[in-house]
Design a binder for this molecule. Structure first.
Ligand code: SF4
Ligand code: SF4
Length: 105
């Protein structure tokens, strides 16, 4: 279970670094791109995905949780979070969650 950061999309804003509870994300110098230093330590809390406003972070859904190689990224629209899932065959699905009703799911 881990994430991947797209260096093309990463602006180096540093938000993901601030929210990672495991202190797994770093930048080499101020303003440079983020990277994950200890990918095996990532437990998939998805905090960094939700915080990145540039769709630069993808999360791998492993076979162990039914993902079979699917990847996921998150976009935000008002109170809604959209979870974009692409399976190994390229099929796409979006799951939308209203943040204000998160406790009712
Ligand atoms: S939040 Fe996104 S854009 Fe900002 S440093 Fe992290 S990966 Fe890069
Ligand atoms: S998914 Fe959670 S633990 Fe993994 S790198 Fe992102 S913030 Fe850190």
């Amino acid at each position: 279970m881990s994430i991947r950061i797209n260096r093309e999309k990463c602006t180096g804003c540093g938000k993901c670094i601030e929210v990672c509870p495991g202190t797994l994300l770093f930048k080499e110098v101020e303003g440079s791109k983020a990277f994950i230093k200890y990918p095996k330590e990532c437990w998939g809390c998805t905090s960094c995905l939700k915080e990145c406003k540039f769709e630069a972070i993808s999360y791998y859904l492993g076979a162990d949780i039914g993902g079979n190689g699917s990847i996921m990224h998150v976009t935000e629209e008002g109170n809604e979070l959209h979870w974009h899932i692409t399976d190994a065959g390229g099929n796409k699905k979006i799951i939308s969650i209203d943040r204000t009703k998160a406790n009712s799911y």
